[in-house]
Design a protein around this ligand. Sequence first.
Ligand code: UDX
Length: 466
Amino acid sequence: MHCQSLPELISEHDSTRAASAGWTLLMRIAVVGMGHVGLVTAVALSAIGHNVIGLDSDEDRIIGLFNAQLPFYEPGLKEEMARQTFAGRLWFCTSPADAYPAAEVVFICVGTPPDENGAANLIAVERAALSIYEHASDGCVVVEKSTVPCGTHQRLSRALGGYSRIYVASNPEFLREGTALMDTLEPSRIVVGTNSESARLALRGVYQPIIDSMEGEPFAYIETDIATAELAKNASNAMLATKISFMNLMARICEAGGADVTKVAEVMGADPRIGPAFLDAGIGFGGFCFPKDVAALAYTAQSLGCDPDLLNEVLAINQDALLTVFERIKTELWHLQGKQVGVLGLAFKPDTDDTRFSPAVELCRLLIEGGATVVGWDPQAGKSAQTELPDLILAGDPYIAAEGSDLLVIATEWPETADLDIDRLAGVIKGRTIVDGRNMLPDWKVSYAETQGFKVFGVGRLCEWN
Ligand code: UDX
C-alpha cells in the first residue's frame, strides 16, 4: 500500500488545515505499533497538536484505520481519531521509509508478549529498532513505550547504533483499557527516563501541552534515568496486582473465619496510606498487562539475583481465586455434565472487548471442559470470547444467558450485573443459585434474592459460602 510520506503530509496540511483549525503543529512524531497503546498514543498526541504518523506492518489494520475501523473497542477513541485524521494531524502508513525520516520523535509501541518462562519477548522491539536505525534522521529520539524489562535500553541503544546519532528514552504508559484516552490526556503522572539531555528536552516538548493543561490538578511529571523509568512501570503494575491478590487471600481467610471481605476492604481503604482502589476480591485479575508484567518482573528479579517469591505468590493467589469459584460451582452443581451455566461477563474487565487472559473466559473454559453447557453474555466481548471458545453459546442479554440455566455466575464487573432484576431472573432461570464472582450485587438485592429462594454466593462474604 502506498501512502504519502510525512514531509508530503506536512506540506499539504501544516499551513492550511491545521492553521485554519486554530492549531499550531508542534512536533513531528511517528508511533510504531497500532495496538491499544500505540493507537491511543498516536490519537492523543495528535489531539494535543502534534503531527503524528502511525505505522503498522499489518496492512489490513492500516486500511481499517483509514476507514475509521478500530481493531478493538475503546470508548471515545474512534471519534477522536476521526477528528484528528480530518484535521490532518494524524496519518497512518505501513512503510518505515514513509514514517521515520521526518520524525523528530519515534514511540515504540509494539507488543512484548510473554515467553513460556514468563520473560517478555522483545523481538518486535528489536525489529522496530533496526528499522528505525535504517530510516531515521540524525538527532531522532526513540522512546520505549512498550512495557519492557529494566535494562532493555542498553540493548535498544545498541540496535540503534549506540548513542551517536539517535537518542533513547523510556516513557512507560499507564493507560487502562476502557479509559485509555482520558488516562493519556489527563494522566496522574508522566514518567520520562533518559540519560540524554536532547531526549529529555524533546519529550518535554512533546508533553508540554499536557503539562500546561494539568496545572493545578494532581499530576506529576517525573524525570529519571532510563533504567528507573523502565522498572517503575513494571513495579506499578506489580503493586496493583499485589493489592488484588492480597484481597483475594483475605477473601479466603474471610470465608474460613466468617468475615466479610468487602467490609474489610472498606476499613482498609479508609486509611489514606492504603487507599480504596484495587481492593476488590473476586475471580482475579486478567488482561494483557497484569499477568504478563508480574511474570516478567519475577523473571527479571530472578535473573538479577533477587528473590521473586512475592511476585510468584501474587500469581499463584490469582490462579487460586479463579479455582475457588470454579470449585464452588462444581460443589453446587454436583456434576457439570448435563448442566447449563449462564456466565455474565466475558471480558477481563468492563468497558473493553478484550478477552486476553480473561478470568471470565478461563472460567468458561473450565466449565466447558468439565462437561457443562455454557451460555455467556457480554456487552462487548462476546465474539472475541467465542473465537477462543467455539463451544461457548452467546446470549444477547443477561436474562437469555440465565434462561434454563442451573446456575448463574457473575464473572466481569459490568455495571449491568449490579442492576439484575431478581424477579425477572426468577422467571427464566432453572436452578436457584447465583455465584457472584465479583461481589457486584448490593446487600439488599442479595437479601431479596434469598427471600425468592435463591442461594447467593459472593467471594469472601458471609453469605452462603460455608
Ligand atoms: C493495567 C493498569 O491499571 C494500567 O495502569 C497499565 O498501564 C496497564 O495495565 P488494565 O490492564 O487496562 O490496566 O486493567 P485494570 O483496570 O488495571 O484491571 C486489571 C484487572 O484487575 C482486571 O481483570 C480487573 O477485573 C482486576 N481487578 C481490578 C480486580 O480484580 N480487583 C480490583 O480491585 C481491581
